[in-house]
Design a protein around this ligand. Sequence first.
Ligand SMILES: [Zn+2]
Length: 285
Amino acid sequence: MDENTLKIEDLFLKMPLYDKLELNSALEYKLVDILRFSGKLDMFCVACNKESTFTGFDNLTDYVPGVSYSSSSSRLMEQVFTLPKYFSHKKVFTVKLKCSRNENHLMLFNFYINQHTLIKIGQYPSLMEIAHHTVRKYKKVLGKELYEEFNRAIGLAALNIGLGSFIYLKRIFDHLLEEAHKQVFAHEKWNELEYLTSPVQKRILLLKNHLPEILIEKRELYTILNKDIFELTEEECLKYYPVLQGGIECILAERLIDISREQKRRELEKSINSLTEKKKPVKKK
Ligand SMILES: [Zn+2]
């Protein structure tokens, strides 16, 4: 986790279990706002099985009652004097959020602060369960086998297993690239030799009419896919995992739009046909 760009959502929805975050004083201060979270956050609700808005409730109610946070000097006082003491006294925190559709739909996050390290020790529903629900919609594009591999990748990433998750995603990415490749292959202006001898980032560019724009723009990020498996490190795989998963989801989301557009077109065609059928004059015998 990058402490400079740390967002509440990341701590909840990206930080794997037992991952650690070194706390400096600025981050400790920011952490209080996270631990006593009472705002709203858009997240996927596995109980509703769709996106919902969650509200933090009943969080960190015992923290320095009566302190006014209105002036910057009191903020500074709080930061310098009370915070380290508080964290050394109370070490385990639960952040609770409830779904706006049904207050029984909860999301719970547990954190343990040991010295100056924050460790995520619990989460309900699990990262894996949330992720599985959010990618379910891609099943019809991926097919059974690749969909299962996608889920396996997500499961491994939630356990902080870099290389394993990366390999599954690489297989899916290669497959999607190959599908785009098949679409241009028969085109007379297509230079197959150039494609086959190009690295991944160049292949993405060559397939630009069949891939999402963002992928073309950020294609340099995908140079990691040129590496052989034995060249990769765990850290590198975990670092690039979100980029790879995001790229795959962008391609899949566009395919879903295509499928839905085609469905709508067929429905319209059917409606038009039935209308013109009705208009036909009844033949007289
Ligand atoms: Zn819900």
